[in-house]
Design a protein. Structure first.
Length: 222
């Protein structure tokens, strides 16, 4: 078993570490994880594809894919099996949660600007159509670009939700087994609440993108 490095500085490195943990096997809880066909690394792998938007990140996310059918409990059990002691394990989960949160904050900010700029372009297209200047090519290009982007970001959102589920499971287990108490438990709960908040913000941006996509599809067929 090995502890999670606390010096990781980017999501791709987190993904690499998570993959190592996800691909290893151990006794006890991880045996049940293997039986479920769960690859824990797939969660952050899918997240990376949406966070980085293209290039290396998209390649990582696409290659790993979201760990469909992988329960939060299975993810936690598999991760926990890779640590030498509980202190390293909880420190490692805190590091993952914080790096995911920070990266999601950055993604949400970028998506807010992206969606704002797109809405201006959609309004311009609608204005041009009202004037009788309908550009089928421009509408199609805008819609095709958004459709692809929405797929990538929605995958990232789904992976973020799965990571949130895993972190909530960490808290539940820490409480039930009394592995974290007092201020340590409070700090973890605050951290998970902060992660939950930014996941909600990301979900809103995905909803905005979906609405814009519907608007563009309407322009295409009219």
């Amino acid at each position: 078993m090995k502890s999670f490095s606390l010096l990781q500085s980017s999501i791709p490195l987190v993904v690499a570490a998570s993959l190592l943990a996800g691909c290893q096997t151990a006794g006890g809880d991880s045996a049940a994880t293997t039986a479920e066909g769960c690859v824990a690394g797939g969660v952050l792998g899918a997240l990376a594809g949406g966070l980085l938007g293209g290039g290396r990140g998209a390649a990582i996310g696409g290659a790993i894919g979201l760990a469909a059918g992988c329960s939060a409990g299975a993810i936690v059990a598999q991760r926990k099996a890779q640590y030498a002691n509980l202190e390293d394990y909880y420190r490692g989960q805190a590091q993952i949660a914080e790096q995911v949160r920070v990266s999601l904050v950055q993604q949400v900010a970028a998506l807010q600007q992206e969606n704002h700029d797109r809405q201006i372009r959609i309004a311009d297209l609608q204005s041009q159509i009202a004037k009788g200047n309908r550009s089928v090519e421009r509408i199609h290009q805008e819609q095709a670009t958004l459709s692809h982007r929405l797929t990538v970001v929605a995958q990232s959102r789904d992976a973020a939700k799965k990571e949130l589920d895993a972190q909530q499971q960490v808290v539940a287990e820490a409480k039930s087994k009394h592995e974290l108490t007092g201020q340590d438990l409070s700090n973890k709960e605050v951290q998970v609440a902060a992660l939950s908040d930014v996941v909600t913000q990301l979900d809103r941006q995905v909803s905005t993108m979906a609405a814009q996509n519907d608007s563009l599809k309407g322009l295409e067929v009219n």
